[in-house]
Design a protein around this ligand. Structure first.
Ligand SMILES: Cc1ncc(COP(=O)(O)O)c(C=O)c1O
Length: 382
């Protein structure tokens, strides 16, 4: 039997191939490979889609966050609060700017940043908070914005997994001072290589980021400040321009599969519990469908699923403070029980717009038979 990958990029490419190849061919024919027409067109289209005055294409989602932090003037001696349960890039982007990432715990039910933990972590050095719209679900933004506004702190959205998601009717990427998006190939809107973008309504910040991404250069060979080479590639912009019109329909399909998975897994609720949807989420982007194995059997479940041809994944097996690269930065080991618990319990089921109903059914059937064979070691009381 064929296996079901976590994300089926080949199937999407087969459907879009003629349009994608035409768009790439047009860039090649024009020869405007760097900051060319496709970049301008995609930036305008993405800004209109998200609903911000500006979208600035950069080389990756990591660079998007790094350049936002830098452009806000945050650096050595400053602290930026980030959740401990995120992809490493959120924290490394802060470190790249020379600032200190301060790791806080998450709300175990929704896996989004814990607002009370943020409040407790604020010091006189705190310059920004980076909530992550993890797995495609917005973080609870209003309390964070209120907390930050009182103290003159910036809120930067890590929207790398949340293209098209909305918080109480407001699109992710429009709520904080700026949003950082990733177009890594497996994302809801994915390029054919690394790519990213920053959205903002702040004209000054947008201008600063445009300088920083291009060696601090307002005019060719004139450099007003130190900067970086971090531009969105024209070929990637052309691919993204072809895909963007499909994003809402793709997210609808992700939501359909997500809702179906929730329903199909409900009978296993004493052993498996999907990450919950917060009441503030008006549109989930379902970048990933993440389930908690409540009885300690996660690794056995994932191994058995993979052996059965189901491309289950773990996002992420270690919280940031458990990563080796972070040990030198930690004066003492933080106690972040929810992030640690999730890291040991969660696994992700195949989910992409191209997933067939029959494949989703096979995923659940396989999961049910795997669960039946693995004895529950701990009874779920949570
Ligand atoms: C939450 C989060 N933040 C940041 C990034 C970094 O994006 P990129 O891989 O495009 O650098 C990613 C994805 O990789 C991510 O999932």
């Amino acid at each position: 039997m064929t296996s079901i990958p976590l994300v089926n990029l080949t199937r999407q490419y087969e459907r879009l191939a003629p349009a994608v190849e035409r768009a790439i061919g047009a860039v090649c024919a024009r020869g405007d490979f760097v900051l060319g027409r496709a970049v301008n067109e995609f930036e305008a289209a993405f800004a209109a889609y998200v609903g911000t005055r500006h979208a600035i294409g950069v080389a990756s989602g990591t660079d998007a966050l790094h350049l936002i932090v830098r452009a806000l003037g945050i650096g050595p001696g400053d602290e930026v609060i980030v959740p401990a349960n995120t992809f490493i890039a959120t924290a490394q982007a802060v470190w790249s700017a020379g600032a200190m990432p301060v790791l806080v715990d998450c709300d175990e039910r929704t896996a989004t940043i814990d607002v009370s933990a943020v409040r407790a972590a604020v010091t006189e050095r705190t310059r920004a908070i980076i909530p992550v719209h993890l797995f495609g679900q917005p973080a609870d933004m209003d309390p964070l914005i209120a907390l930050a506004a009182d103290r003159g702190i910036h809120v930067i959205e890590d929207a790398a997994q949340a293209h098209g998601a909305a918080y109480q009717g407001r699109n992710c990427g429009t709520i904080g001072v700026a949003g950082g998006f990733s177009f890594y190939p497996g994302k809801n809107l994915g390029a054919y290589g690394d790519a990213g973008a920053i959205t903002t309504n702040d004209d000054g910040l947008a201008a600063e980021i445009r300088l920083l991404r291009n060696w601090g250069s307002p005019t060719k060979y004139v450099h007003s400040r130190m900067g970086f080479n971090s531009r969105l590639d024209s070929i990637q912009a052309a691919v993204l321009g072809v895909k963007l019109p499909y994003l809402d329909a793709w997210n609808d399909r992700r939501n359909q599969v997500g809702a179906w998975y929730r329903q199909a897994l409900a009978p296993l609720a004493d052993r498996l519990r999907p990450i919950e949807q917060g009441p503030w989420t008006s549109r989930h982007a379902y970048h990933l469908f993440v389930v908690r194995a409540l009885d300690g059997g996660r690794d056995r479940i994932v191994a058995a699923l993979q052996a059965g041809g189901i491309g289950a994944g773990i996002h992420y097996p270690l919280a940031i403070h458990q990563q080796e690269c972070f040990q030198p930065l930690l004066a003492r080991k933080p106690h972040l029980p929810a992030a640690e618990r999730l890291a040991s319990e969660i696994f992700s089921l195949p989910l992409c717009p191209e997933l067939l109903d029959s494949e989703a059914e096979r995923v659940v059937d396989t999961l049910c038979s795997v669960i039946a064979k693995i004895p529950a070691t701990v009874h779920a009381g949570r």
